[in-house]
Design a protein around this ligand. Structure first.
Ligand code: NAP
Ligand code: MG
Length: 500
């Protein structure tokens, strides 16, 4: 079992209480690592360290080119360690080794490179339009860091989520306190080690493991935190927003989803059927933007269902560390129970199982949390399984008659994170994509998040954007600087209003 300490003010420390907590391998039920069980006091200590580091100016006043150099160095160090980090992600988060080593971890340095080049293209000072009211003045926008950012991340992509949070904050000159999910704290601590090796000054990065109800809530309510960035469930996200209101913090949220894939009549089914399944079953469906509703025209409904079933039944569910596993386990016993409960609700509400529907049992399956890839057909969009996020390997197939009807169904959701359109008619697909009320729509693909482009939610899927220039600007406030161009007092006729 690996043992970790927290990283605070450039030191590796135990929780102030001395308590620890263990994580579990969801494929085997075995303990993976032991980390400090931090509390509110640990969070306060980290916030104070981040505040001292920010106010000290070593990082916040560092030329942006130098910060970019350090982040690029961190990216290169990650590349050298992809297989080590991937192995931890696989053991702790249950990402299949194929996913973590080919996608989950290598995507992080790729996104960091994109963030760095975008950062260098964003002006720190920007001239504003010519102004002659009430007289000529010269005006500038100055983009400045918020200060201390509290960052709370989930368990599904723990490493890349830590990168998405920390790197934009650091590139823009902020200091951070990161709280990883309690199921998967290890790789964020590995990232802190790499950042220490790369020479990030002490106090700039702090990582505190511990329960969301203690460490997370302290970050949301602390007067020492200027911005809170949260990725997780919509339920906790609502609470984060409420808690942050006490000190009027800047808040960005990346929350749940119930994304729809719209298959059009002219779609190439050889691409669209595996594509829709890639959108749904990657990481056993535990991805916020997963395409968990598939909308299919009635004219090709039976053929599509047949093909979906045939491909799904070839998928191999097994231990995440096995290179042959297509799907690994879900993250925990609680998550497995949630998935099984939703399957029962689906059946009770009248949906029909096309394939799957059961927990996998027998032999090694009994030690972990494995569920069959599951497809429901004859789903009505008003059913619970079409409205609520399951966060497991469950696809709902919904029939439609016209593209307008498909758009209406796609938009009939409290969520608005992602989605896809499958068609050989690209102008038509773009027209439909523009009507879908979500932050991302892929045409003839899914899950291809890119560090250059914004990612985030409409509606109850979130507030703000990550990645791209928008993602960096979320970590900056803008100051307007007004430079007077009327040096003589008699030109400043507006002083007459007061009579000075
Ligand atoms: P979660 O329960 O909301 O937890 C997310 C994080 O919040 C964890 O670090 C958790 O800590 C912490 N937390 C829990 N209660 C808190 C509280 N009262 N105050 C402050 N922090 C608290 O979500 P999850 O179950 O880990 O992740 C699954 C959800 O995340 C899904 O709904 C999914 O859609 C969403 N998600 C969204 C995105 C996106 O980019 N939009 C990405 C990934 C996941 P503990 O682990 O200690 O409880
Ligand atoms: Mg939770």
């Amino acid at each position: 079992m690996r043992e970790y300490q927290n990283y605070v003010d450039g030191e590796w420390v135990e929780a102030l209480s001395g308590e620890t907590m263990d994580t579990t391998n969801p494929s085997t039920g075995e303990a993976v690592s032991r980390v400090p069980k931090g509390g509110r006091d640990d969070a306060q200590r980290a916030v104070a360290a981040a505040r001292r580091a920010f106010d000290g100016g070593e990082w916040s006043d560092m030329p942006v080119e130098r910060r970019v150099e350090i982040v690029r160095d961190v990216a290169n160090r990650i590349l050298d360690k992809v297989s080590d980090i991937a192995a931890i992600e696989t053991d702790e988060a249950g990402q299949t080794i194929r996913m973590s080593s080919l996608f989950g971890i290598p995507l992080a340095p790729e996104h960091m490179r994109a963030m760095c080049s975008t950062m260098l293209s964003l002006p720190e000072l920007e001239p504003l339009p010519f102004n002659n009211y009430p007289a000529v003045s010269w005006n500038l926008a100055s983009y400045e860091p918020y200060g201390v950012c509290g960052q709370i991340i989930p368990w599904n992509y723990p490493f890349i989520m830590a990168v998405w949070k920390m790197m934009p904050a650091l590139l823009t000159g902020n200091c951070v306190v990161v709280k990883p999910a309690s199921y998967t704290p290890s790789t964020a601590l590995e990232l802190a080690k790499i950042m220490e090796e790369a020479g990030v000054p002490k106090g700039v990065v702090n990582v505190i493991t511990g329960p969301g109800g203690a460490v997370g809530e302290e970050l949301c309510t602390s007067a020492g935190v200027d911005k809170i960035a949260f990725t997780g469930s919509t339920e906790v996200g609502r609470r984060v927003m409420q808690m942050a209101s006490g000190t009027v913090k800047k808040v960005t949220l990346e929350l749940g989803g119930k994304s729809a894939s719209i298959l059009l009549e002219d779609a190439d089914l050889d691409v669209a059927v595996p594509g829709a399944l890639w959108g749904t079953f990657l990481h056993a469906g535990q991805i916020c933007e997963s395409g968990t509703r598939l909308l299919v025209p009635s004219s090709i409904y039976d053929e599509v269902c047949e093909r979906l079933k045939a491909v799904t039944e070839t998928l191999k569910v097994g231990p995440a560390s096995d290179f042959d596993s297509d799907l690994g386990p879900v993250v925990s016993a609680a998550q497995l129970k949630t998935v099984m409960d939703y399957v029962q609700i689906g059946l009770k509400e009248g949906a029909k199982l096309l394939t799957g529907g059961e927990r996998l049992t027998g032999g090694d399956y009994d030690k972990g949390y494995f569920h069959q890839p599951t497809i429901f057909v004859d789903v009505d969009n008003s059913m619970t399984i079409a409205q609520e996020e399951i966060f497991g390997p469950v696809l709902s197939v919904i029939k439609y008659d016209t593209p307008d009807q498909a758009v209406k169904i796609a938009n009939d959701s409290i969520y608005g994170l992602g989605g896809s359109v499958w068609s050989t008619d690209i102008p038509q697909a773009i027209a439909i994509a523009r009507k879908i009320r979500t932050g991302t729509v892929w045409i003839n693909d899914f899950h291809l998040i890119n560090g250059l482009f914004p990612f985030g939610g409409y509606k109850q899927s979130g507030v703000g954007r990550e990645l791209g220039s928008k993602g960096l600007r979320e970590y900056q406030q803008v100051k307007h600087i007004h430079v007077d161009q009327t040096p003589r007092k008699d030109q400043k006729f507006w002083y007459m209003v007061l009579g000075v």
